[in-house]
Design a protein around this ligand. Structure first.
Ligand code: SF4
Length: 339
């Protein structure tokens, strides 16, 4: 059985024509799917015969909300979605002055093994299909009842480890007959899978690329991010430059401040040397507590001092505002609880 959300617009058109439908049906069905229709019966402009024909070999996939938490402080909503095979993923809807942003997952689990991350405990179960990635946006938007205008792929999984499905998802979510979310409103985060950064650049989509850097040198990065054994910082920076040159988009770096590991003033200075030539923005994140690990957050003053040092060195750096503090559950924690 085919999930029609796993097809892009052209594939959908081709499929419909192959079963004897007119081309314009693609626009109708694509639009219903993206509006969150949960069955062909809801697609009232399709004839009964068309609906019955579709049911022979296709289906409309859905996502079940298994748990949902709403922050009383800032309205952040965290979802634990259940996939049709019973696996769970997380998505978070955040409220910013420019509208709603959703953080979505790209895989069930992750094989990248970053030491500070709960999502990788238990390894990779499987990659999400293009339809499953899209469903997070569709069903979160349906649930909150407001348009989601920005997407960050920073939830569970390494998006570039699920490259083809992520690219198909990007085409679909951007399509004018669907949710029509501009590429410039989409951010992809990677831990640094260098060859795939070059491949993403070749797609020439103006999406923002953000690198989970978390260390200012190879010595530290080797101890907290296994991907660094494969691709060293120097190679990663070269790929970042190629991405920025090809797409015209500025790179940003995510940097989790781990007390006593990567948060000294000397580390700030090393980091500035890395970010400076790329004009990269640095997002500082006070590290999240993961029960199985012994990483600690620095004090608010230490975090501010680190940020100030970067700014003094001419780097555009900010400390990420903590959203949904009362519903905690940092990335990967909800799913881990269920497991
Ligand atoms: S930080 Fe991202 S890439 Fe690293 S283990 Fe977690 S989900 Fe995977």
């Amino acid at each position: 059985m085919i999930d029609l959300k796993d097809l892009d617009y052209d594939e959908l058109t081709e499929y419909l024509v192959s079963i004897g439908e007119k081309k314009f049906r693609a626009e109708q069905i694509f639009s219903w799917l993206h509006k969150g229709a949960e069955s062909y019966d809801e697609m009232t402009n399709l004839s009964k015969a068309t609906r019955e024909r579709l049911l022979q070999e296709t289906y409309v996939s859905t996502l079940k909300i298994r748990e949902k938490y709403v922050s009383k402080i800032d309205g952040t909503v965290k979802y634990l979605f259940e996939l049709p095979d019973g696996n769970c993923i997380e998505s978070v809807v955040m409220r910013y002055h420019h509208g709603l942003t959703i953080c979505i997952s790209s895989q069930v689990g992750c094989r990248m093994g970053c030491r500070f991350c709960a999502s990788t405990i238990g390894g990779l179960v499987r990659s999400l299909t293009a339809g499953e990635i899209l469903n997070q946006v569709i069903f979160a938007q349906k649930d909150v009842g407001e348009r989601i205008s920005n997407i960050v792929m920073m939830g569970i999984g390494e998006p570039l480890d699920n490259f083809d499905n992520v690219i198909k998802f990007l085409h679909n979510v951007n399509h004018e007959k669907g949710l029509n979310i501009g590429y410039r409103h989409i951010t992809i985060s990677t831990c640094g899978v260098v060859p795939m950064i070059y491949r993403l650049a070749e797609e020439k989509l103006p999406v923002t690329l953000t690198i989970s850097l978390h260390a200012p040198n190879n010595e530290i990065r080797d101890t907290i991010m296994p991907v660094n054994h494969r691709y060293k910082i120097e190679e990663l920076l070269k790929a970042c430059k190629a991405y920025a040159d090809t797409t015209g988009r500025r790179i940003s770096f995510e940097y989790s401040l781990i007390h006593g590991v990567n948060d000294s003033m000397a580390n700030a200075e090393e980091l500035a040397k890395i970010a400076g030539p790329l004009h990269a923005h640095i997002n500082l994140i006070p590290v999240n507590k993961v029960e199985e690990r012994d990483f600690k957050k620095g004090s608010r003053e230490e975090i501010q001092a680190f940020c100030k040092r970067l700014t003094e060195l001419g780097i555009n750096a900010t400390v990420r505002r903590e959203l949904g503090a009362d519903i905690q559950a940092s990335c990967g924690q909800l799913r881990k609880k269920v497991l």
